[in-house]
Design a protein around this ligand. Structure first.
Ligand code: PGA
Ligand code: ZN
Length: 432
């Protein structure tokens, strides 16, 4: 049973406060901490921040910490940690709001994840606790599957200080035979990319953005994609490595137009594109480069063009800002065939139980599922186990660089090792 819950404020990868919790049971102490994103939308669960501008510029989370130490711990002490849905429901009932803003999703999710880890340990007599297996059991006996890693190799948009509007260019080693090989292929390509950028424009263009991708100061999509294409070719993995984009177009949609110069200090305003122009551009890029997936190609309320690009079948279309991992938005997108993959951000949902539910919803519609980090990450590797346990097919956790990103990829290596002969890598089946 849960005997004690103790939360504290720690810092995330951006140096911004976040919540960490230690949940004690008779089996040990289970620690979890939560991520946070740059772009937050009105349909996602709400983080509780102190708002006192004099302390951490208003970003403190002492109220969320206090909510755990007082209210949540009072409600959960004595509960069986294997009863995830009851634990999550108890917190939802305590919060009483639709978006978890009363206690704060940062408080609720931290406890939900810690309880999940404790639940896995409670079930097992042995020392090694397969968290992914506990998650697979809870989701109805999914076959644990190692996801294809989507490594961010170029960072732009709001995740970097360069002039590239696109937020992430990712590489997917779909042709690897196992996760360990995928990690090697992606990492080698990442290092080749550094050499390519250095040769073309100097080492100062190899500084990395918040997800660990390089942030060369270029603004042309093609120029950026050419660098990646060259790196893939130098690494010798043509055909085996595909490309994915997170355009995060909501961030630069002004009125009905897209400002491709939104990151430029001059803000020349010369590079506005209409949605039709963007659609044409995506069609061209998908035919010129091995692009297999595009996330948020249009503004989050531009359902018409998202539907249009999905109907073309030129690549997977992932809804991130479009869906905000919100069950009602997902339902609408399924009904209207607006996109065909879910970007799963656990802190937009709020509890492990609800995360399992939205993944089921997406899978029932035969969508792809991309388990995702946030730009503000902690070293908690929970999403690695989650992606295996829910067989999400793809995990996006940043570059093979920066500790908080690598913690996820390294955990996947450990899981693959532990599964041994039983390990299955999603590979070509990444969309299923
Ligand atoms: P965020 O970015 O964490 O800043 O929201 C991640 C993404 O857009 O995929
Ligand atoms: Zn995104």
């Amino acid at each position: 049973v849960i005997t004690k819950i103790k939360a504290r404020q720690i810092l995330d990868s951006r140096g911004i406060p976040t919540v960490e919790v230690d949940l004690h049971t008779n089996k040990g102490v289970f620690r979890a901490s939560v991520p946070s994103g740059n772009s937050t939308g009105m349909y996602e669960a709400v983080e509780l921040r102190d708002g006192d501008k004099g302390v951490y510029l208003g970003n403190g989370v002492s109220k969320a910490v206090k909510n755990i130490n007082d209210k949540i711990s009072e409600a959960l002490i004595g509960m069986d940690p294997t009863l995830q849905s009851q634990i999550d429901q108890a917190m939802i009932d305590l919060d009483k709001t639709e978006k978890k803003g009363e206690l704060g999703v940062n408080a609720i999710l931290a406890v939900s994840i810690a309880a999940c880890k404790a639940g896995a340990a409670e079930k097992e007599a042995c020392l090694f606790v397969p968290l992914y297996k506990h998650i697979a059991d809870m989701s109805g006996k999914t076959n644990p599957t190692l996801p294809v890693p989507a490594f961010t190799v170029i960072s732009g948009g709001k995740h970097a200080g360069s002039t590239l509007a696109i937020q992430e260019i990712m590489i997917l080693p779909i042709g690897a035979s196992k996760f360990e090989e995928a990690l090697r292929m992606g990492t080698e390509t990442y290092h080749h990319l550094k050499a390519v950028i250095t040769e073309k424009s100097g080492a100062h263009n190899c500084n990395v953005g918040e997800d660990g991708g390089y942030a060369p100061n270029i603004s042309s999509f093609r120029e950026a994609l050419d660098l990646v294409k060259e790196a893939i070719s130098r690494s010798g993995y043509n055909e085996k490595i595909k490309i994915a984009l997170d355009v995060s177009a909501t961030n630069f949609c002004i009125g009905k137009r897209y400002d491709l110069d939104f990151q430029s200090p001059q803000k020349s305003g010369q590079n506005f594109k209409s949605a039709e122009d963007m659609l044409e551009l995506y069609k061209e890029l998908c035919s010129e480069y091995p692009i297999v997936s595009i996330e948020d190609p249009f503004d989050k309320e531009d359902w018409e063009h998202i539907k249009h690009i999905s109907s073309l079948g030129i690549c997977q279309v992932v809804g991130d800002d479009l869906l905000m991992s919100n069950a009602k938005r997902i339902e609408r997108a399924i009904t209207e065939s607006a996109c065909n993959a879910l970007l799963l951000k656990v802190n937009q949902v709020g509890t492990v139980t609800e995360v399992i539910e939205v993944v089921k919803q997406a899978k029932e519609a035969h969508w792809g599922v991309v388990t995702s980090h946030r730009c503000g990450e902690s070293v908690d590797s929970f999403i690695a186990d989650l992606s295996v346990g829910l067989a999400s097919g793809v995990i996006k956790a940043g570059a093979p660089c920066r500790g908080e990103r690598l913690e996820k990829y390294n955990q996947l290596l450990r899981i693959e090792e532990e599964l041994g002969d039983q390990a299955v890598y999603a590979g070509d089946d990444w969309r299923q």
